[in-house]
Design a protein around this ligand. Structure first.
Ligand code: TTP
Ligand code: MG
Length: 361
């Protein structure tokens, strides 16, 4: 088994905390980051004050309004959150290059090289937490352990604004007492299957043999078997290849999936995205099409390209192939395009047509 020193950091009520920080009038109030309850938007996140009313991410704004009539609805400012996210990541990078962002507000850091012991890792984690507070006036929750799975559990354990460490010698006791929903890859369906077997926590899970688990859950059964014993050898994959620029549209009314309809919207999105990429002087070699159906199921289809993509026409031609890969949901709620594996646009001018006015400017 591998024993690393891993730190997992997750910002507290991220979007809502940024809003509260930037507007003192929101202090201590139930802040709900969502498009207004008059639209069909859903809650992106909410402050801990609002959570007391039972509000959570992905809840329709309308219901959130019913549950918390005094809640203050704030429109999301994604560009701002991306900016803060990159400031947070810059802080992480002062401590290690081995940094894997998982979301705008969440990352794993492997500090094994600079920290020989768990105690050193803990004090580095504390420094990072303090720095984020001092420089950005935002709180986060931090977990320290010897692998990713345990570090994430540790950061959730003392949320919000906490820090927790799970040492090797404590990990089995800790895991035994956790509900099965805490285990890697256990969603609602797996949870209810396991509960039908009388499996409620980590200790119960450990009673199941590898054969039993794989018979029911295939490959995931193997992962569960390992997690129940505190084993997770996944390495940190540092951020470079994950960086992407995207744009998406959520429709006020679900979009019907006639080909021309979808294509027209994708052209709009791609045109916006082209501007964004040009603005940032970036192009990428992977294009991802994001589709959310009216029942909130999100699917992504992805394709690589052998040249730097940033032009609308190139994105659209890839999207056409991606659409052709399979049936679309009958109603679409959200469409998006993301370009990843980004590089600087310099060196990709050969991909531009002379008629673009780009080279003649
Ligand atoms: P989370 O870390 O899941 O949530 P959070 O930071 O708001 O709260 P917590 O203190 O529990 O960590 O997600 C980070 C951000 O991602 C969140 O602020 C908003 C956004 N988000 C969505 O837009 N939709 C979602 O369904 C979720 C879960 C998050
Ligand atoms: Mg968070």
């Amino acid at each position: 088994m591998l024993y690393r020193r891993i730190v997992h950091i997750d910002m507290d009520a991220f979007f809502a905390s940024v809003e509260k920080r930037d507007n003192k009038e929101l202090e201590g109030k139930p802040v709900i980051v969502a498009r207004s309850p008059e639209t069909r938007g859903v809650v992106a996140t909410c402050s801990y004050e609002a959570r007391k009313y039972g509000i959570h991410s992905a809840m329709p704004s309308k219901i959130a309004k019913q549950k918390c009539p005094n809640g203050i609805f704030v429109e999301p400012r994604f560009d701002k959150y991306r900016e803060v996210s990159s400031q947070i990541q810059d802080i992480f990078l002062r401590y290690t290059e081995q940094m894997e962002p998982k979301a705008l507000d969440e990352a794993y850091l492997d500090v094994s090289e600079s920290c020989e012991t768990m105690e050193e890792a803990y004090s580095t984690a504390l420094k990072i937490k303090d720095t984020i507070w001092k420089e950005l006036k935002l709180t986060c929750s931090v977990g320290v352990s010897y692998n990713k799975f345990l570090a994430k559990l540790a950061s959730e354990y003392n949320k919000p604004n906490g820090i927790y460490m799970i040492r090797r010698e404590e990990s089995q006791n800790f895991l035994d007492s956790r509900p099965i929903s805490d285990f890697y890859g256990v969603g609602k369906a797996t949870e209810s299957t396991l509960k039908n077997f009388g499996i409620k926590n980590g200790r119960d899970l450990r009673e199941l043999s590898l054969e039993q688990l794989t018979a029911h859950f295939n490959k995931r059964g193997y992962i569960l078997y390992q997690c129940a014993r505190g084993i997770d050898d996944r390495p940190i994959v540092s951020n470079r290849e994950f960086k992407s620029i995207g744009h998406e549209i959520t429709f006020e009314q679900d979009l019907s999936t006639e080909y021309d309809n979808v294509l027209k919207k994708l052209e709009q999105i791609a045109s916006y995205l082209e501007n964004k990429l040009v603005e940032n002087k970036k192009c990428g070699s992977v294009v991802t099409l994001v589709i959310k159906s009216d029942d909130f199921v999100e699917t992504t289809r992805q394709m690589g390209a052998d040249k730097g993509i940033f032009k609308q026409a190139d994105m659209i031609s890839i999207c056409k192939s991606l659409i052709a890969q399979g049936e679309l949901p009958s109603k679409i709620r959200l469409l998006g395009i993301r370009v990843s594996k980004l590089e600087d646009q310099i060196g990709h001018y050969e991909n531009l047509s002379l008629f673009d006015g780009f080279l003649t400017q």
